[in-house]
Ligand binder design. Sequence first.
Ligand code: PHB
Length: 389
Amino acid sequence: MFKHHLKLLASTAALLLAANASAQAPLKIGMVVETSGAFADFGMQMMNGARAYMKAHGDTVAGRKVELIVKDTTGVPDVAKRVAQELVTNDKVDFLAGFGLTPSALAVAPLATEAKKPMIVMNAAASVITTRSPYIARVSFTLPQVTAPMATWALRNGIKKVYTLVADYGPGIDAETQFKKTFTAGGGQIVGDVRTPMRNPEFAPFLQRIKDARPQAVFVFLPAGEQAVGFMKGFAERELDKAGIKLIATGDVTEDGVIDAMGDAPLGVITTQHYSVAHDSAENKAFLKAYAEVAGTKQRANFMAVGAWDGMAAMYEVARRLNGNIDGDKAMEVLKGMKIDSPRGPLTIDPATRDPIETIYVRKVEKAKDGKLYNVEFDQFQNVKDPTK
Ligand code: PHB
């Protein structure tokens, strides 16, 4: 009799322990990011941004310890797909997140649908991405969203003839299409366009062609990092600025993370984007402090780190609202309409498109007292949505 009781007690205790263990099982976030290859900067920025968020806000939410499981896409969509599949099947992650490059995000979208996994896009910015799965929410931006304000600003400031140069893939084509649309609708003229290759682009011949065409300005989108640095150097070497050709661009081209490697070439360049390190707010100060704690003070943060920080904020909020039990459909309901106090300023996830609605700033590159270059915000367009949806 006594023995029987003991047995019962023991099995009840085992059950309780098991229940407890599952309540406290880690909240797994599968990070699908570029950590090697030509776009390794993207993964570095996003991982530092995500870790900074955990440093500032704790590594436990809704009773679950947060675990980041990092997988390298190497910048190749097929690899992104394979590692995302591993994260779902083997690691049984609660969320998929990261995605620096559009082609990687597109490759993983069908998997998010099939597995009903919320997929948080922290950077990838071709407009179409969020239409590819109902389980995708984006906390970064879209190319048309930052490009339309650039075209409007150019028209307002007497620029009438523009040559466009973009990277030859989804985001670049989005930027080119939107720039032409807004600019010509407002009376501007496109005097030429060029699309540059995604792998090892050589900008000099294109820059010479643009110089010869004598536009008032060249509008540029290139992926942040190495390409932005290569382009800025070429622009200065070919002396397009001295030929009276202005550079207007999306913020990717003068991004904070690598601007130190551009010399003085970007001084005076006008760009539009959703985030600048120079943004003056309490949230941005908290972000930059935490970022420096995880990345050191030499590595400057950029918009991709902010995308990761905000993506973490979104996932923490989902976890809280669902008491730690992450269900794909319920998570998407929480994400739709979510408001985030981002280092960039307030952000809302559009419930209709799952894209961010946010302020787009017009910025000018200036040298600050510390001798460094910054994208200084001087004008803004509020509550900007993706204009293509
Ligand atoms: C993208 O592939 O979506 C992408 C990459 C780099 C950027 C912006 C967008 O700077």
